[in-house]
Design a protein around this ligand. Structure first.
Ligand SMILES: [Zn+2]
Length: 276
């Protein structure tokens, strides 16, 4: 599942190509991808002819601002990726939505499982959508440790569940929650309210380091290669993961075997020694 580092890596690749470009044509091959819109025609009508002002991001959502003030939202879902190619390039399977730019470049949304979506919203529609309930961005708007401590105070929920809660911090998913908790030496099972001040400081620093490192390597492409950069390259962070997906392998810090626990229906990988 693409998380903040993958979406931000995608954004950084898209921005220089999209910003300032005008949209020539929109092709919706899978109407399910525009299910948040009244109908596929409405999505196309809101895009065609518009100039792209900026490509932004909040959590796992790409927010592309258009000249008419509307916001083109892209969510990669479980298995989505964006491919930037020449209009004449062969169309690969599952290219569900194609946005053609004046000048000959295509933005192609490839998503085999169709859990992702695209939509063009007015600022009011955006505020009323589920995006209006997103918390602060974990990279660009990370709360201070004092603020983070206040957010966690009294919480009975596990740290893993709290880090996945997009209304608290936006952008962290299963991979980077596990990686941040290992770096901070905090068990995913700990109740949020049980963290002391030093642990909150450590957690905040671990989130920063984890996201920055993942970004440096272009994010994580797992073995399925569902996530790729817009130019087709794989993200290179998988070989550097500390715990995620490493059940039974040795902790890089202490040598103990990494274990997997199911927390709220999600796999959590952690070291019982370092995160005891
Ligand atoms: Zn360890």
């Amino acid at each position: 599942v693409p998380e903040l580092p993958e979406v931000e890596t995608t954004r950084r690749s898209l921005a220089p190509v999209l910003e300032g470009a005008r949209i020539a044509e929109v092709l919706v091959e899978r109407p399910r991808m525009v299910r948040r819109q009244v109908n596929p025609e409405d999505f196309a009508r809101r895009l065609v002819g518009q100039r792209i002002a900026s490509v932004g991001r909040l959590g796992k959502f790409l927010l592309t601002e258009l000249g008419n003030g509307m916001i083109w939202v892209t969510h990669l879902g479980m298995s989505g990726r964006i491919s930037l190619v020449d209009h004449t390039a062969p169309v690969v399977k599952h290219s569900n939505v194609i946005v053609a730019l004046v000048g000959g470049t295509d933005f192609r949304f490839v998503d085999p499982r169709t859990f992702g979506f695209v939509a063009v919203f007015t600022p009011e529609e955006l505020a009323e959508s589920s995006l209006g309930r997103l918390g602060r961005d974990a990279l660009t708007d990370l709360p201070t440790s004092r603020e983070l401590a206040a957010m966690l105070a009294g919480r009975q929920a596990s740290m893993k569940a709290l880090l996945l809660d997009q209304s608290l911090l936006a952008g962290i998913g299963n991979i980077y929650a596990d990686e941040s908790l290992h770096r901070a030496s905090i068990s995913p099972l700990r109740a949020g309210g049980s963290l002391d001040r030093a642990e909150v400081v450590r957690l905040r620093r671990a989130i920063v380091m984890t996201l920055q490192n993942a970004l440096r390597w272009g994010g994580t492409s797992l073995d399925d290669l569902a996530y790729l950069l817009p130019d087709g390259r794989a993200g290179d962070y998988m070989g550097r993961l500390r715990v995620y997906g490493r059940e039974g392998e040795r902790c890089r810090r202490c040598g103990r075997e990494i274990v997997r626990s199911v927390v709220r229906g999600r796999s959590s990988f952690w070291c019982p020694q370092c995160q005891g």
